[in-house]
Design a protein around this ligand. Sequence first.
Ligand SMILES: Nc1nc2c(c(=O)[nH]1)N[C@H]1C(S)=C(S)[C@@H](COP(=O)(O)O)O[C@H]1N2
Ligand SMILES: [Mo]
Length: 431
Amino acid sequence: MGNETDGRGGGGIASRRGFLKAGLAAGGAALAGGGTALAREIGNPDNLPPNVPDWSRYLGDGVAVRAYGKPSQYEGHVIRRDVEWLTASRESSVSFTPIHELDGPITPNGLCFERHHGGIAEIDPRDYRLIVHGLVEKPLVFTLEDLKRFPRVNHAYFCECAANSGMEWRGAQLNGCQFTHGMIHSVMYTGIPLRNILAEAGVKPNGKWLLLEGADAAGMTRSVPIEKALDDVLIAYRMNGEMLRPENGYPVRAVVPGWEANMWVKWLRRIEIGDQPWYHREETSKYTDLLEDGSARKFTFVMDAKSVITSPSPQMPLNHPRGFTVISGLAWSGRGKIAGVDVSIDGGRNWRRARLDGPVWNKALTRFYFEFDWDGSPLLLQSRAIDETGYVQPTKDELRKVRGVNSIYHNNGIQTWHVMSSGEVENVEVS
Ligand SMILES: Nc1nc2c(c(=O)[nH]1)N[C@H]1C(S)=C(S)[C@@H](COP(=O)(O)O)O[C@H]1N2
Ligand SMILES: [Mo]
């Protein structure tokens, strides 16, 4: 794929509202400039058949050269990116998963978005300790080796920041699903059900809330209700088989399935059991949803069903003029499994059932595909997720009717991509 699209969502991207009307009035023609950039490039014509390419003529690296493997040198553009004007300080930084470049249901470890409030804590596992105390019969301190002696389980779960799509509340803003939906990852965790650790400590009857505290410079804390802790929270130390990456909480993080990522405390060092939620300096108050009337929604922990088409999308245009076309996307729900995904190519007027492919795990990213014969005319692509509770992903306007436009968090509205005849794709909104 030789298209060099501008991956950075920053610089010069203003509101894209009103764009659609203007574009369609002009039959899309005014917007189709630059379409030739979509032509496939050739690296070196000498490598094409019937010639013998370089890679077949010379010996390559042996096994000793790549002790820890990396992607092909030609995949160097597949990286986490940030948005300069959003946050780029060490105190509070965020990067985005390149979901437009990925497929299947699992996020590769090195591409999982990162969100830090005090930078990455580099923890020596020998000096790592997890303290469990408060309203318990027996306060406990665990080493990493202690934790690894508990029976362990494997689960894939999505981890979505509540601020994912937050920039899109007032209108289409960022031109790429990496930036509109990339504060999410979904990996296979290995860990211990928190309930087993709590059973070891013996929670007293008045123990109703847990404080989870991180060992990073932010010392981030969150309150988690005991019901959730006893249900499916994991104390995880592996992702996709290998130990957690430092960025994602090495050596131990909380996995709070289906709930906002802010509660997934990384570098977990302390669990205190109390009888009520704690007051949090920053995060709890920040992760509330300000409504139109000035009141705020609090404790909106669950991430509602959501989906997005990852290809085509603004950073992943269609590089063929028409014909057989594969649409690929992701769907997820914090309330359980994805039951179905509908796709529209006409801005939500008509819907067709997409094909779910690969495992459909509980509270994990689910891959969907929709294949169709594109006649080359402009498209308004949308997807909507339906979860096993029957909940249907709402339109952005439906969300705004209930929540106004003051919110940053919990925007799970339907995304629209405008595909032009040239194959280029823009973030738009239809009403
Ligand atoms: N200790 C600690 N845990 C943390 C954070 C943090 O800054 N410090 N950030 C939280 C937020 S806001 C998010 S979105 C997720 C991001 O997880 P990730 O970096 O693995 O993507 O971690 C959460 N856990
Ligand atoms: Mo977050």
